[in-house]
Design a protein around this ligand. Sequence first.
Ligand SMILES: Nc1ncnc2c1ncn2[C@@H]1O[C@H](COP(=O)(O)OP(=O)(O)OP(=O)(O)O)[C@@H](O)[C@H]1O
Ligand SMILES: [Mg+2]
Length: 263
Amino acid sequence: MEPGINDLIARPDACAPPMVDALRARSVAHDLRNVLAIFSAGISLLERSHGPTARSLRIFDGLRDAVSHGNSLVSEILGSPRTAVDRREKIGPCTFLSNLEALIAGALPSGIECELECGGSVWPVEVDPTSLKSTVLNLVVNAAEAMPEGGVIRITAKNTESDESVHHGLSGNFVKLEVRDDGVGIPAELLKHVLEPCFTTKSETGGTGLGLTQVQRFVAESNGHFAVETHEGTGTTMIIYLPAADVAGTTGGCRPAGSTQSF
Ligand SMILES: Nc1ncnc2c1ncn2[C@@H]1O[C@H](COP(=O)(O)OP(=O)(O)OP(=O)(O)O)[C@@H](O)[C@H]1O
Ligand SMILES: [Mg+2]
């Protein structure tokens, strides 16, 4: 029998059983670092034995970026207890997103393409780069998974219009980052649950339901705002507003969200 909506909704204690203690998490991170070192050595060996075609260079770039991102995540667990706020850096969104292209391409199955649209004049933002990278990857992987027949994922970054900011209960200057797909969309009954930790409709394929929880945490730590626009059958746009850094002396701040589809 097909699962109904209620079968897909996570129970409140769904996150409890796999909780690990801090020492166990650090041990796993330590072992993961060893695994990443093996990947790193293997990539160098393969690079030497393959001719530098445009395609292989792009694949190796993506693999190196993935290992580097993995090491940053491991360092978050093993390193000094710096918070995401301590790790903030001022970055230019367009350069940052362009540098992610090889990594994103490596995360996409065949049949899915990704387009980036970002003008050079997009304001800088001050965020934890590792968390922003994880956020974009989470949204891109979700978008790809929502398009089993293939399709195009569009990533855009632009400065907000002031009336749009007011609509979302924001004050100040924000950079709007969107990840849009033409996938299956999210039914209204599920939309209100998608940010619950461990809520997943992909448990059969190993989904943890923690991807959007990570996104939401990053957005909150960055004093931003998260919104979802979705239409069943035609696709979903995940929208993140990040406060612009140093634009005409003002930095954005966030008031409570006003829309039912905003988080
Ligand atoms: N772009 C999207 N299109 C359709 N549904 C989505 C999209 N993004 C998220 N969802 C829904 O939200 C749920 C929660 O997403 P989340 O990323 O938190 O977990 P997951 O993708 O299920 O698991 P994991 O991230 O561990 O692979 C998904 O199971 C899916 O039902
Ligand atoms: Mg996910």
